[in-house]
Design a protein around this ligand. Sequence first.
Ligand SMILES: [Mn+2]
Length: 377
Amino acid sequence: MVFSRLRGVKKSDGANENSHSLRQTDMGASISGFDPNAPAAAGAGIFGLPFSPQQAALVLIPVPWEATTSYGGGTSAGPSSILAASRQVDLFDLEAARAYEAGIAMLDESEEIRSWNQQAKGLAAPIVAAGGAGETDPRMGRALRKVNELSELVNESVRRATAEWLAAGKLVGVVGGDHSSPFGAIQAVAAVTPSFGILHLDAHSDLRRAYEGFTYSHASIMENVLRQVPQVHALVQVGIRDFCEEEYDRIRAQRDRVHVFFDASLADARFGGTPWAQLVERMIHPLPQHVWLSFDIDGLDPALCPHTGTPVPGGLSFQDACFLVRAVARSGRRIVGFDLCEVAPGPDGDEWDANVGARMLYKMAIWTLVSGERCGP
Ligand SMILES: [Mn+2]
């Protein structure tokens, strides 16, 4: 049996003493006959895994939505490009070992969201080009209202899907799409989690109020969360380096709830010799026991996401981010769900952004499984 080869993997083959492996009882029939060391078959599931959503402990919801993208487009192709690139990711992890055996599956894209996206993009384009809807232009006002309505339909669709999978005992991750994509999922988690924190990696603080007139703009996601989701007791932002004064004032006015680790301050501390591990400890400290991870790929160095909508120089390295995600799980906190947004493939078919996105998604997925004890040491 092919699977017996997998079971023969020893810690000396790479896993360290802290490695996590699957509880043997969790191994569904789906994985027998599956060779995790072989290349993924074309058309296989996310990461080449053989799980159906029903069999998986973690269900990924793709949200191909980028209506309010204000600069470069393409993030609605994020989920499909990540799915294609994910089949190149090797499953075995040096530290989380075979956490994937608990099961990761991605749902098919919703045709409804795709068509809402097409509609909303057409309506939003002249508003974005004009730098926002003018008060005096009734046609733009109507288009703006329609985009806001379509955004609400997306939020409700993602909220409902998330609530259903949570009720089925699954962990849920959202793959955007622009950064407005996970709002409904955060609402669904809030409906069953009285208190949680958000660890938000991003170049932008996303605290603008209705950016360009769009209530659910990608640039407003955390402002909407703070206003509409009281269960979020702490928002910890990391890598922030592009924000307006109004957002800065908003941060300062909510010091007990919003904790920002600006990119420039982190760089200063590191240049002065403060180790990343110590900085990460400070980031995790304000987070309560339950944590939602919200990762805008532009939080990373733009060399790792050159086609994302709004790239900004600076940012985290891939390993900085992995260390941070892992540290959340290792702190004993529980990752209750996550989103990865703003990954956009190159228009010329360049797969680099999706490659990085798929690998980041994998790290988030396996540490979510470990923290949720869906696979154990
Ligand atoms: Mn963002």
